[in-house]
Ligand binder design. Structure first.
Ligand code: F0G
Length: 321
């Protein structure tokens, strides 16, 4: 069995022998070569497949640390605002720790599959009449009142856990890539990657790919009007690239059909930046942040529709072309 993230990276994390390790077996995700995409875009592309985490997104890296520390510090409950993935991850790790999770999602703006996942994991889900930014302000205020510990990426332990993706990538490649490419929603992950790069003393750059229409993008995980970590993203020296929904969908399909990796639309923003010619470097790692099953509805809407035919071999052979 792969070690829990906290055990694998114990010396690099703010944990002690007293910290209870709340784990679901996160981290140690696949780093995949992308031969066909490398060929298409004329450089060495790698995919860090974070959909392989227990709840299907990279959030689990940070959540194992945030919830373990919250329990160590005596938390009675956790709270977050979310576009869906933080919600599911917080719910899972809170259940694992035996404490309640309160999750705020902007009503009508989050993938139904993510809300269902979060409900099944026993969290209290409130659909807030407002956008993500308003839900986050409310969560912050409730955390300030002391009833709940905030497990959004403003919680510094989240960043500590998420930086470990950089450690894994560098360990597996044997050296740093020229560029790390990640989607940019609130910017917490960009600041986590920057921390990992800093701690390891690497010269690698970061490209953070955001939706050009932040408030309305179909990539609902990164549908965030006001990135709360914008100044950290600037200080990190990340190169911010805006990509259209059409470019995201094209990249999303390419990842599936050319490399066999079904991620969620937001995760494809990085490849869209590569396709736009906005990513420097010869060796490039694209982090695919979440699993495609997280947003089945969008796949059902945009994937090539199935063709119906009779159950006879001739009819099937003809329909298959
Ligand atoms: N990719 C996925 C799949 C995400 O769920 C998110 C953020 C991001 C990328 C962007 O990362 O915010 O650190 O820049 N999801 C948050 C959530 C907002 O609530 O699940 P970021």
């Amino acid at each position: 069995m792969v070690p829990p993230l906290i055990e694998r990276f114990r010396p690099q994390l703010p944990v002690s022998a007293e910290t209870p390790v709340v784990t679901l077996g996160e981290g140690s995700t696949p780093l995949l070569r992308a031969p066909r995409l490398s060929e298409r875009y004329g450089r060495e592309l790698w995919l860090k497949w974070e959909g392989g985490n227990p709840t299907g997104s990279y959030k689990d890296r940070g959540m194992t640390v945030a919830v373990s520390k919250a329990v160590e510090e005596g938390a009675q409950a956790v709270i977050c605002a979310s576009t869906g993935n933080t919600a599911a991850s917080a719910a899972a790790y809170a259940a694992r720790a035996g404490i309640p999770a309160l999750v705020l999602v902007p009503v009508g703006a989050v993938s139904g599959a993510k809300v269902a996942q979060t409900r099944m994991l026993g969290a209290t889900v409130l659909e807030v009449r407002g956008d993500f930014d308003e839900a986050l302000s409310a969560a912050l205020e409730l955390a300030r009142r002391g009833t709940h510990v905030l497990v959004n990426s403003l919680n510094p332990y989240r960043r500590e856990g998420q930086k470990t993706a950089v450690y894994e990538i560098v360990e597996e490649l044997g050296s740093a890539p020229d560029t790390f490419v990640i989607p940019y929603g609130g910017g917490g992950n960009t600041s986590a990657y920057a921390q990992g790069i800093r701690e390891l003393g690497l010269g690698a750059g970061i490209v953070s790919a955001e939706a050009s229409d932040r408030r309305h993008t179909l990539a609902s995980a990164i549908r965030i009007g006001e990135p709360v970590h914008a100044s950290a993203v600037r200080e990190a020296g990340a190169h911010v690239v805006a990509v259209s929904d059409d470019a995201i969908v094209d990249a999303w399909r390419e990842l599936g059909a050319l490399e066999g990796v079904f991620c969620e639309p937001s995760s494809a923003a990085g490849l869209a930046a590569v396709a736009a010619g906005s990513v420097p470097g010869e060796r490039v790692v694209l982090t695919l942040t979440g699993h495609g099953l997280k947003d089945v509805a969008t796949a059902e809407r945009l994937a090539p529709p199935p063709v119906q035919c009779d159950a006879s071999p001739d009819a099937i052979a003809e329909a298959a072309g």
